[in-house]
Design a binder for this molecule. Structure first.
Ligand code: AMP
Ligand code: ZN
Length: 469
């Protein structure tokens, strides 16, 4: 399996630090509003990476944080006249709802910055002890950027460029910094803001320190993969490397993965530019599975432009897979229980070739665009080769293959039809009559048929009751 590593700027063979295990950290959202679909891109992409790794047999420890202390959260809290935690808790809940709709699995751990302050104070203390950080007169603690030799290795910038020509890359300087490149680890509180006590001042952390600390706590000093959107490469991830490697004395992450932007009219979708749709907006018009399909239809390192036409195309593509599975289910309802014929066995082997193609695409830096193309080829193959004459075993085999590949993409393609109440009642009545007539075989058949459709029967003194499983 090859992964493009931002650190080396090339695709590298994936070799985990520990055999069979993957330690992966993905920078999560700042929770002050509903997430927009640009924020959803890294969530979908890295959830798919996780699913594929698990499919390959790795045990993945997946950590993704919620940034729940930040200027924007505090501003909103002041506007609403509530505590900052009311805002962050509200939007964490909403974010989890969106994640569920997008079939993004919860992380192994979802730490929150405000619950990890102790670890941050420890790491800042260590950095000061080792000479990599210092406290200014007002209690602000800065990281001494030039003290870390590797600074710039991820974003491929050198310190002189940062210091000299390109001023837009400078971390905004305040007079009390030793050097304009130094960045904040801890800052004094302002009126009305949440704060924590520390040896330097009552205050709150800078943004970057939380990820170094949570990654260390939940995954250890060295991890396999660290990921996020490409806007995080500089300064966020560069600063995380500086903090973690300076504090721990070990290399931080082996592979750095970054997704390209989701754009709209070729501009990055963002809250600040106001050119965004929330996941919730999209859910009013589309099944969120269509949004997931849309995101995966491009390679994660290619910019993706959001448009109504592309969403329609995604809807059609997704529907093609759903229809194929539903046709297979229809055929399966009446298929004979006989085993696969020799001819079917040969066809089944041929179908396996599409899984191999899918894997090949995913092994090449998670090329989901090509992987989905392989799913389409499989769908076409099924549409051509499956019919009412086929054995149950053959049809089931094809269905399982489509479901497996779709599931790796996190796409739910089998729509479980809910039975109508009147149909359930009619079958229950038929079962009662069969029992009266001592036709227990038919009565059992009906019970099983209902069970297969998720309806559980319970015989009580007051008669038969049913519930959806
Ligand atoms: P934020 O809440 O801004 O910290 O962003 C959370 C995650 O979403 C980060 O990994 C960002 O890089 C990513 N992100 C934000 N906007 C976009 C976008 N338009 N396209 C792709 N990723 C984005
Ligand atoms: Zn981070």
């Amino acid at each position: 399996m090859k992964i493009y590593n931002t650190l080396s700027k090339r695709k590298e063979e994936f070799v985990p630090l520990e055999e069979g295990r993957v330690k992966m950290y993905v920078c999560g959202p700042t929770v002050y509003n509903l997430i927009h679909i640009g924020n959803a891109r890294p969530m979908i992409v890295f959830d798919t990476v996780r699913r594929y790794m698990e499919h390959k047999g790795y045990e993945v420890n997946f950590v993704s944080n919620f940034t729940d202390v930040d200027d924007k959260i505090i501003k909103k809290a002041i506007e609403e006249g509530v505590e900052a935690s009311v805002i962050s808790e509200r939007y964490i809940k909403e974010c989890k709802k969106d994640m569920q709709g997008l079939n993004i699995r919860p992380a192994t751990t979802h730490p929150k910055a405000t619950e990890e302050i102790c670890g941050m104070l420890d790491m800042i203390g260590t950095l000061i002890e080792k000479g990599h950080a210092y406290a200014a007169a007002d209690g602000t603690v800065y990281f001494r950027t030039r003290s870390f030799k590797g600074y710039g290795k991820l974003s491929h910038k050198n310190l002189d460029d940062l210091q000299g020509g390109n001023r837009s890359l400078l971390v905004t300087g305040e007079d009390q910094k030793e050097d304009a490149l130094d960045f904040v680890l801890w800052k004094p509180k302002k009126d009305g803001e949440p704060y924590w006590e520390s040896p330097w001042c009552n205050g709150r952390p800078g943004w970057h320190i939380e990820c170094s600390v949570m990654s260390k706590k939940y995954l250890g000093d060295e991890i396999d993969i660290h990921a996020g959107g490409e806007d995080l490469i500089f300064p966020h991830h560069e600063n995380e490397i500086a903090q973690s490697e300076a504090a721990n004395g070990k290399p931080f992450a082996k592979y750095w993965m970054h997704n390209a932007f989701l754009n709209i009219d070729n501009r990055k979708m963002s809250k600040s530019a106001g050119n965004f749709f929330t996941v919730r907006d999209i859910s009013e018009k589309y099944d969120l599975q269509v949004l997931r399909f849309f995101m995966l239809s491009a390679h994660y390192r290619s910019p993706l432009n959001f448009s109504a036409e592309l969403m329609e195309a995604a809807q059609n593509g997704y529907d093609r897979i759903v229809t194929c599975v539903s046709n297979l289910n229809y055929l399966l309802e009446n298929a004979s229980a006989k085993a696969m014929t020799e001819e079917e066995k040969k066809l089944m082997e041929e179908a396996g070739g599409f899984t191999a193609k899918f894997d090949e695409a995913m092994d090449d830096d998670f090329n989901t665009a090509d992987a989905i193309a392989a799913v389409f080829e499989l769908v076409k193959f099924v549409n051509t080769n499956a019919d009412a004459q086929n054995s149950q075993e053959f049809l089931l085999g094809l269905k399982e293959e489509i479901l497996l590949l779709s599931d790796i993409c996190g796409l739910i393609v089998e729509k479980k039809k809910e039975m109508l109440e009147e149909d359930i009642e009619a079958l229950i009545k038929e079962r009662q009559e069969a029992r009266k007539a001592k036709d227990f075989k038919r009565a059992d058949e009906i019970r099983n048929e209902l069970l297969n459709k998720g309806i559980v029967l319970e015989d009580t003194r007051e008669g038969v009751k049913w519930k959806r499983a």
